[in-house]
Each structure stands twice: as structure tokens, then as C-alpha cells.
Design a protein around this ligand. Structure first.
Ligand SMILES: Nc1ncnc2c1ncn2[C@@H]1O[C@H](COP(=O)(O)OP(=O)(O)OP(=O)(O)O)[C@@H](O)[C@H]1O
Ligand SMILES: Nc1ncnc2c1ncn2[C@@H]1O[C@H](COP(=O)(O)OP(=O)(O)OP(=O)(O)O)[C@@H](O)[C@H]1O
Ligand SMILES: [Mg+2]
Ligand SMILES: [Mg+2]
Lengths: 227, 227
């Protein structure tokens, strides 16, 4: 499903080059459940942005469903992102002037869903993450963990087959974090593919496999034994 | 040092009232080390904003060092914040167009420190959190955990006697999180007062006492036995 070969990403800041990824190989099959871990600054979000077609590598190839992503136009990439990929950003990236409901509606608007249908789907997605009574709050009228849950609801509302979640429980207490993990567990059981970045051991344990980055390279890539 | 009595905070959203804090009593002595925990949306950040003089309660009283905070002007509050309190925000709140060095310099500029001195102090604060090689990166050129560490460096650069940290390790891998906790440990040993919000057990264990909120009220307030 996802095949990354010798992926490099170098950020250019004036005269300074920052090699965020220095040659990453990664193969992810359909319906796998992967946890990405590693120190702060090791390249996890950069890797997620590349997998999620939000950015392009400096070198290397990325085949998504057999298709070479680097050959696609921006419009094609936007369609793929909208139809196949649900992305929970590490820093949420919500529209500050729109309320929770409207933020979650956005992927449905892009897909051309009717106004009545998308309001209902967005409401249901928010209820699922425990925010049914916060749908008209804007991001600055929500707690940190509530904003994170709006970002999660938005990522899931289009029923994507690939879910990329960057620290989805970083701002959530343990109990709420486990509710979110239950939702992801259900989506995995339905056949979807899940890649999540986390620094918390108990969250990584929901996955079947852990890939650990260090300094822009894969340090460890191994299955988690089932219990 | 910090005395909160019957503190209430009600947010008004049009016709809807959101009671974020519903009568909180809290006494914190000089040099205490307190962890605040509780479910997402239970009022932790609201409480921190009130303690940090960033917001005022709807009801109840707040005495800081024996002084009634509700009687102070905005200018007085700003001076107290700058001199006494270091605040690490849950969502970092960095200036997007300023680099890390300048973001960390801000509290020193406000205090009137000379340009040479403050550049040096800001640089040292960033080195202390492991970002010596990122001082000219702007927030969008930093990883999530690096932005969080810039926010931490900024909170500590003025040597505040009260440190309020809202989920300071939420975006940090365990090893980097422990480095930050070591810094806080050192500051506590020097006689400062630390209040941190966290949802992670192993972070709370650095504190001497845990206050647990639920639905805007204190549910538990107890010491952590020393080991
Ligand atoms: N400006 C606001 N207007 C209306 N409601 C608000 C506002 N800010 C916060 N709230 C509400 O007040 C409640 C408490 O928010 P607060 O940010 O203190 O929670 P928290 O305990 O820090 O949560 P988290 O762990 O998710 O960060 C939440 O239910 C939130 O929706
Ligand atoms: N736009 C950019 N320009 C320059 N350097 C960047 C940029 N974005 C990220 N970096 C650098 O690339 C490296 C990897 O960043 P990335 O966000 O992938 O790390 P991460 O593993 O997600 O870290 P964290 O756990 O802290 O979120 C970091 O050292 C960061 O400073
Ligand atoms: Mg990251
Ligand atoms: Mg909060």
C-alpha cells in the first residue's frame, strides 16, 4: 500500500541545510497498524507529511497503491488526501474563526457532500469523540484536549482508508486517550490502515508494529508481540 | 504564597454559560511542587490562567503573596507576570514570525535587559533545553517538541519564582521529557514553586502533591509519598 524507498528530506534555511530525513525505507501493507516513535526532532512529523502527500521528498520514491506520488499534480494529490487519507496534525491546524462543526465539515465540503448530510456527519463525528455539547465552540473556546479531538473528528469524518495521526493523545488524559484509541481500534478492525506517531508506550502498544526513528533514519522496525 | 478561595470561572457564549471552574479552593505554599491532573475539559488550563494572572475569576478571591490580585490594574498584573511567573502554555503561543532566539528574548525585553545580555541569556536558555543549534529557526521550521521546548525556555529565561507549566512534555519523547523534568527539579531545589498540569503518571511523580480536577471542582488533593 505504502512503499517509501530511500526517502530524504532536506530543509533549506538560507545557507543552512537541515536533513530531516536521511534515507528512510518503509513498507506498509493494507490494514497494518503501525506506531512511529523516536526523539523530538528525529523526523516523525516530516515522515508523516510525506506519507500524507502534504509534502514531497527531496530524494527517493513514494508509491501509494502502486502509484508514483511524485508524478502527481497538486490537484491529484489534494484529491488523494481528501479521499484516502485522514490526517490528525500534531498542532491540530484548525480554522480559528470557524466553530468545531464547521471545522469538521471541511473535508465533506471538499468532497461535495450536501449541506444537510455533512452537518449530520460532522455532528456524529464530534459526538463520537465526546464533543456533542461543544459543536458551536470555536477553537479558542475549547480546551487543548478538545481541540485535539476536533482535529481527530475532522480526520475521520470522510471515512478514510489510511489514518495518519501525529501524537493524537498528546493533550488528552489517559481515560480520554483510551476512548480515542478504541475508535482507532474499531477503524482498524474494519480493514483500514493506521499509522500513528506517539511517545507514549501504552499508546504504541495498540499497534502491531513499531518503527523507531533517530536523526532522520529508521533505527528499529519490529513487530509487537500479541498478548 | 497562592491562596484561591471559592474560585469560579464562567465563560459566556451568547446565551450559553460554560462553568469551567465551579468553586475551587487551593492553597500553595512557597517552594511546593504540585501536579494538576484531570480529564480533558475539567478546567486545568482555566485554573492555570487564573493563577498566572492571565485571566480573572468570575467569583471568589485570589491572594498572591498576600496581595489581592483582583484589585490590581492590568499594568500591575503584567509586571507581576513578568517578574514572578514563568508560564509554559499548552499550545505554546510563540510569535510565528520571530525566530526561537527572539521568542525567548521577549520577557527580557519587557524587563528592560540590554540587547547583549538578553541575547546571551536567551541563547543559554535554548541550549539548556537542547536547542542550541536551532536558535534562528522560526516556529514553523521546528518540530512540535522543539516548539514546546522554546516555550519552556521562554518561561524560564527571567528566573521566575513561580513556574506554571501546562502539559510541558505533551509533545516530547520520554527521554527529552525527562531532561525537561530534570531542569524543573533543579529549579525546585533552588527554592522556586512549581505547578504543572500533566496527564502522564510518571511526570506527576516528580511532584510532591497531586490536585485532581473533575468538572471544574477539586476531586482529590493529596501528597505523593516520597520514595
Ligand atoms: N473561551 C471559552 N469559552 C467557552 N468555553 C470555554 C472557553 N475556554 C474553555 N472553555 C471550556 O471550559 C472547559 C475547561 O477548559 P480548560 O481549557 O480549562 O480544560 P482543561 O482541563 O485544560 O482540558 P485539556 O486537558 O483538554 O487541556 C472546557 O469544557 C472548555 O470547553
Ligand atoms: N520547515 C523547516 N525548516 C527547517 N527545519 C525544519 C523544518 N521543519 C522541521 N525542521 C527540522 O527537521 C527536524 C525534524 O522535524 P520533525 O518535525 O519531523 O521532528 P519530529 O520527530 O516530529 O519531532 P517532535 O517529536 O518534536 O514532534 C527537526 O530537527 C526540525 O528542526
Ligand atoms: Mg512532530
Ligand atoms: Mg488544558
Amino acid at each position: 500500500l505504502i512503499r517509501l524507498e530511500n526517502i530524504k528530506k532536506i530543509y533549506q534555511l538560507g545557507t543552512v541545510s537541515v536533513p530531516a530525513l536521511r534515507g528512510v525505507d518503509l513498507l506498509v501493507r493494507n490494514n497494518e497498524y503501525l506506531a512511529v516513535m523516536g526523539p523530538s526532532g528525529s523526523g516523525k512529523s516530516t515522515l508523516m507529511n510525506l506519507i500524507g502527500c502534504l509534502d514531497t521528498p527531496s530524494e527517493g520514491s513514494y508509491l501509494l497503491d502502486g502509484e508514483d506520488v511524485s508524478n502527481l499534480s497538486d490537484d491529484d494529490l489534494a484529491i488523494i488526501r481528501n479521499q484516502k487519507i485522514g490526517f490528525v496534525f500534531q498542532t491540530f491546524n484548525l480554522l480559528p474563526r470557524a466553530d468545531a462543526l464547521h471545522n469538521v465539515e471541511l473535508p465533506l465540503i471538499y468532497r461535495g457532500v450536501s449541506s444537510t448530510d455533512r452537518k449530520q456527519k460532522a455532528r456524529e463525528a464530534l459526538e463520537k469523540v465526546g464533543l456533542g455539547d461543544r459543536i458551536h465552540h470555536r477553537p479558542n473556546e475549547l480546551s487543548g484536549g478538545q481541540r485535539q479531538r476536533v482535529a481527530i473528528a475532522r480526520a475521520l469524518v470522510n471515512n478514510p482508508s489510511i489514518i495518519l495521526a501525529d501524537e493524537p493523545t498528546g493533550n488528552l488524559d489517559t481515560a480520554t486517550g483510551e476512548e480515542i484509541m478504541e475508535i482507532l481500534e474499531g477503524l482498524h478492525d474494519q480493514g483500514n490502515t493506521i499509522i500513528l506517531v506517539t511517545h507514549e508506550r501504552y499508546i504504541a502498544e495498540y499497534a502491531q508494529r513499531v518503527v523507531r526513528l533517530r536523526d532522520g533514519l529508521v533505527e528499529i522496525d519490529e513487530s509487537i508481540p500479541e498478548e
